[in-house]
Design a protein around this ligand. Sequence first.
Ligand code: ATP
Ligand code: HSE
Length: 323
Amino acid sequence: MAVYTEISDDELARFIRSYNLGSLLSCKGIAEGVENTNYLVHTTKGAFILTLYEKRVDPKDLPFFLGLMEHLSARGVTCPLPVRDSEGRVLNELAGRHAALVTFLEGMWPTHPKAEHCLELGKALARMHIAGAGFALHRANALGLSGWRPLFERFSPRAAEILPELKTLIADELSFLEKSWPADLPQGVIHADLFPDNVFFIDDKLSGLIDFYFACDDALAYDIAVSINAWCFEPDCEFNAGKGRALLEGYNSVRPLTDAERKAFPTLARGAAMRFLLTRSYDWLNTPKDALVARKDPIDYVRRLRFHQTVRSIEDYGFELAR
Ligand SMILES: Nc1ncnc2c1ncn2[C@@H]1O[C@H](COP(=O)(O)OP(=O)(O)OP(=O)(O)O)[C@@H](O)[C@H]1O
Ligand SMILES: N[C@@H](CCO)C(=O)O
């Protein structure tokens, strides 16, 4: 579920009146999602997503997220476009929360991504990276290398509740990543959470990207590593080289990877596995078992991490990339 904040009919009607969106026809809570409260709103001018930002979003980051969606939309990336109210504001307040309305995107996310989806995703990710250039605002990656150890320290005394050897595995891996993390890769705006549930398709054609609430400035190739982990492993956590190749080839056909990015890829993939292993472990230990939000299994990311630890070069993944 992701309806943490209820809105009264009066509050909603007043809120919608402050936009030039005609009359309110309906409003339904959306069950999917974890971080924020989302409603699907219909007015006589169309369909919109109303998001109330919950506690894990830092309000000072909202201009970055909303501005980025405007920047990308203006450069041809299909993503939600924040709607301005009659005074030109994209960020408002509703039911005691910061709130925004964005355009509704048609499409469905793929529950069983195929290589064809991965190819499309790779191209879209590269286009997004290119379109992000020149965005005026900046946001450091709060869940990047420097954020991993402090997050680990918040749950390490209880890590054995997930897996007896988890504490040692993470501690050793963090030492490796802190020593080996590449500092000189091409940087830009990354999505940082481009999982299948954030990518919509209509008839196997990619129709849009959503959920920019982890977007930040970081190494572009790190974003590819996040998506390889999210899209190219089977439910039993076996790596699917065909899907991986499709994603990389799609990306490389739009924005060719540099030699430094190719060389760093196995380390980036380990870091991307670490980031989701840490957040999932923290949430696993700190979300009440009877909470309505489904917890995501950290073990899936232990398996990904162990796989990447065996890889020495990008060729070991079975990728053959054109230069
Ligand atoms: N612009 C949009 N158009 C169509 N549907 C949307 C849009 N934005 C959100 N949704 C729907 O709302 C759901 C939750 O959105 P979103 O992923 O942004 O939520 P969240 O709370 O940030 O969750 P999480 O970070 O866990 O993915 C999506 O799965 C999708 O069904
Ligand atoms: N995509 C994240 C959760 C939402 O950010 C995960 O699968 O752990």
